[in-house]
Design a protein around this ligand. Structure first.
Ligand code: NAD
Length: 326
């Protein structure tokens, strides 16, 4: 893993950028709305919790808009993005943050298998994030024709998964499946999205002090385990949103060891297809290490052959659509 340090110099790159974020009423989303706003961005956020959301929007003023948006509804998400575009003419950064955890274990011995269980975590955490990413990509690709810096001719999608996106999480099997799905969405999307100038990354918070963790908090503190504040995770989301929007050498002042492209220390550019694990308030990029270790976990020969298959699938000509091959 690489410890990526947050460089708040990059906040200035967010001035007047247009952010669409889901689940902004409370917790991590609320802290993220505040930080984007403080950096001078325009924020249009959705949620289903109208009272705290309206209170936040009126507290922050005219450059922050709240739209009631249930992320499980495609139409509701379309309206959220359309509102942002009608207000500001474009969308630059998309954050798929809305999420829920059902703390009643549907696999518990006393759960009645005669009754169909709730799939709310799949609906909000996975289906909702898929909708956000699909619609978000559709809006970000409209920036291709716009002038300005290369980074502005596309945009950033930041998905919010969880430690449960890549580790076991006892008692939360459906949540874990949904959050593994969000990591899968990043891996499934970033290679094609980058062809259109859109960078896709995923943030995986460990324990973060919001209402989601009320049940485990006391025991957690007793063990002295690391804790994030919502503001820490918000910084990691902003780290992903700004890593590629860094100081750039110009023709007059070309890139050199003395004049490098500056970003968040530790962030490897282009910053796309990354998994940022947030633990104890710090950000750790872990996907590059997972990929680099592949020959160890798959075996060298398997890894070599796999690379050939992956290259075939990603060559730009190959299509899964059998109709296209005819
Ligand atoms: N708190 C943690 O320890 C932790 C750890 C890992 C990942 N996460 C993830 O972080 C994200 C934010 O969670 P949080 O901890 O801030 O909890 P939270 O409950 O404070 O925030 C979640 C927000 O999503 C909103 N929401 C729920 N269903 C929605 C829907 N259908 N449409 C729109 N909005 C909806 C809620 O109203 C709330 O404002 C979630 O995706 C969560 O899974 C949290």
């Amino acid at each position: 893993m690489v410890h990526v340090k947050y460089n708040d110099e990059l906040l200035r790159t967010l001035k007047d950028k247009v952010i669409v974020l889901t689940g902004g009423a409370t917790g991590i989303g609320r802290a993220t709305v505040k930080q984007f706003h403080a950096a001078g961005a325009k924020v249009v956020f959705g949620d289903v919790a109208d009272t705290p959301a309206c209170e936040l929007a009126s507290q922050l003023g005219p450059s922050v808009d709240y739209i009631h948006c249930d992320t499980t509804s495609y139409q509701s998400q379309l309206s959220l993005f359309k509102t942002a575009e009608s207000l500001y003419g474009r969308v630059d950064i998309v954050v798929a943050n809305a999420g829920v955890a059902n703390h009643k274990d549907i696999f518990a011995p006393d759960a009645d298998i005669e009754i169909e269980p709730s799939m709310i975590e799949i609906d909000v955490n996975l289906k909702g994030a898929l909708f956000t990413a699909r619609i978000g990509l559709g809006f970000l690709r409209r920036n291709r024709e716009s002038g300005g810096d290369k980074e502005d001719r596309g945009g950033d999608i930041i998905l919010v998964s969880s430690i449960a996106g890549f580790k076991e999480c006892g008692g939360l099997a459906v949540y874990t499946a949904s959050k593994h799905g969000v990591v899968g969405l990043m891996r499934g999307l970033y290679l094609t999205a980058r062809e259109e100038g859109v960078r896709v990354n995923v943030v995986c918070p460990w324990m973060t002090k919001t209402r989601l963790v009320a049940g485990i908090e006391r025991g957690w503190y007793a063990l002295g385990l690391p804790v994030n504040l919502p503001e820490d995770v918000a910084r990691s989301i902003i780290l992903c949103a700004t890593a590629n929007r860094s100081h750039k050498p110009t023709p007059d002042s070309p890139q050199s060891p003395q004049n490098p492209q500056t970003t968040h220390p530790g962030a490897k550019l282009p910053f796309e297809g990354k998994i940022v694990w947030v633990a104890g308030g710090e950000s750790y990029e872990i996907e590059d290490a997972i990929q680099a270790l592949e020959p160890q976990w798959l075996g060298e020969e398997n890894s070599r052959v796999l690379a050939k298959g992956q290259a075939y699938l990603a060559n730009g000509q190959t299509s899964w659509d059998a109709e296209k091959g005819k």
